[in-house]
Design a protein around this ligand. Sequence first.
Ligand code: NAD
Length: 470
Amino acid sequence: MAQDEISEFDVRNPATGSVLKRVPDASPADLDAAVARARAAFPGFAALTYAERREMLDAFGDRVLAYVDELKRLLTSEQGKPYVEAEQEIMAFAFYIKGMLALDLPVDERVDMLGRVAQTHRRPLGVVGAITPWNFPVALAAFKLAPALLTGNTVVLKPSPYTPLTTLRIAELAEGVLPPGALTVITGSDRLGPWITAHPGIDKVSFTGSTETGRRVMASAANTLKRVTLELGGNDAAIVLPDVNVGEVAQRLFWSAFTNAGQLCIAVKRLYIHRDIYEPLKQALLDYAATIRVGEGAEKGTQIGPLNNKAQYDRVRELIADARDRGYAVLSGEAPADDLPGYFVPITFVDNPPEDSRIVQEEQFGPVLPLIVFDDVEDAIARANASPYGLGGSIWSADVPRATALARRLEAGTVWINESAYISPLSPFAGNKQSGLGAEGGIESLMEYTQPQTLFLPQETPSPLEAAHS
Ligand code: NAD
């Protein structure tokens, strides 16, 4: 094999299959160098005050905002999403980082029953290995960078091999805004992730990706007792009660499921609809779907792009084929796919498949949605909760207090009423069950990137231990 074949790999445009760029395929020595750089930067970065790092991160967010146009084009070229969504994602990166700066990390002071005063301070962990997937490579990087850097850790960030380009460009933009070594982006094939999780110079791994890979990450991190934050797969249920205004909710429900061609961890992936409105809502969804333009993200007017990569394309098509083979009614839109070279899948609904079908039980992560009839809301809640996943969920109803009470019963880390998929840097986003471990966002995320250090304030009277012997 020629030298360049071992040391670089192609990044392709999923809409056309053309090669956009070749990027370095890091070796173990390259990873050692990246970790050494991050370690060297750590003491100085950790010694800055919280306020100083806050200012730097604010400037980092502003820097990215100044390059939205360039970054959105790059993101669409490698990820496939339409410009309008790519732009939102770049803005989300900046706003997430800037938004988290509103959080403080105060020293917690307690006086116990013996009158002893203890302060709990938070110390950064050291070097964080951050691993991101290909569906929202930029926004999901912000979920890790904001809390990790704000609390004084340095970061080695590995993007997915399918989508490394925008992340690399953002690291260039960080130069001069963040101190050298605070953020290092390293690219590589799927060999690189396991090297990161095993690396003795990395103190914590923050991983976003599939549940299957998450298990491997946790197992590998156990050897060095690395801290882990895992944001994994989901199979979010939306439950639509019969009192909704069908015309009003159809469009919102559609985008809750089909944003980013359904490649969203908190997309609605199972739509439970009350029997009384099942037919009209199904029709409204089909009518709206017929107006949607699927095509190249870089083309004006495109609303849904291709899937990001061949493996995902094959998986989604296989799930649709399975539904067809089993005789379920598969309602597909016009196939824009056939004359386009990329990984295009038409918008597809599966009409009331059985609860135990693959399309209901598995995470599809593509533009195909099962519509499922229910009669009793108690049964719908039970079915929504009967999943190994617990990422998000939503209730749709005109009766907001009732919907809120029902939402609280969903076994999911984040729940919504009459919407889905909103995330705030000020509140934890934390998968239940096999959807994750730990949290991103909120004060919880600052805790995840720090270690408590309890300091007992000195006192003149003898401690109980001394007193027992005096
Ligand atoms: P993936 O698990 O295949 O890969 C994610 C990342 O892990 C990539 O960078 C990949 O190169 C790396 N990786 C692969 N094998 C590894 C290993 N053994 N050790 C360490 N790293 C390894 O996931 P994907 O296909 O890129 O992303 C889709 C999945 O991510 C879906 O299941 C989706 O639900 C999930 N996701 C979850 C969230 C969330 O916040 N909960 C957000 C987005 C996506």
